[in-house]
Ligand binder design. Sequence first.
Ligand SMILES: [Zn+2]
Length: 282
Amino acid sequence: MKRLAIVVGHNSVKQGAVRKDTGETEFVWNSDLAKMIEEEAQDYPELEIKTFFRLPGLGYTREIRRVYEETDRWGANATVELHFNSSASRNATGTETLTSGTPASMALAIAVNQEMVAALGLKDRGVKTRSASDRGGASLMSGRAPAALIEPFFGSSEEGLKATDSSQEKRALAEAIVRGVASSMGAMPRTDAQMIESRTLRRTKSQRQKIMGAIASAAATVGLSGDATALEAIGLAEQISAALPYLKWIAPIALIGILYALRIDADAIEEARWDDHENGLR
Ligand SMILES: [Zn+2]
């Protein structure tokens, strides 16, 4: 039996972005999505699911820390935090998932992202690595279990709204999330010790993991998405990252440089967007 903790993004006071069609906030829409996820998970007897809420009034860092302490106490094997995206640009659209960059978080994020893209048919914006200081990073780093944070669509995009405005579409999204989690659960750490080790690794090797994450997400987004499985992308990232200390050749360094350059633009835009996301709409 594996335990999946669903964390509803934002809180009852600061509810996050708003759907332009129904006026529902991230908090309201995702509280309902969490219920659907629990229902869909009944088809997966090996999965146990519980929903957790962030409490208002603590300040951002304590709010995040408290809810992930709760998922730790429950014994979560993986956590998924629910959001949706928003942008001042009405053209911004698509599905993306944030990861801490650890192999298990990456496997979880890639699997869930692929299933969501298949279910909603929106543009695949890929899997994006966040470190602790980045926006959204605390949600990926605070708990012991491998974590992902999903942004299935833009509530500011007509296309995003159209893909998610019926209850069948919402249920298909819930089902996709459960399917992605179930398919990646084999890659999740089994024991507490393994989870603690992965968190320690996260602290001491965050630079290496950031590079590895950039490579894996670039590979997953650019080359491997579609037919390759999450685990293949992880395998590739691990191989490359294992070779990193010994890189003396220009070609691989150039490759990493190119992959990084591809990410830098996206990340700069991303940071600005997260500022909007957490601060703008409440
Ligand atoms: Zn949000």
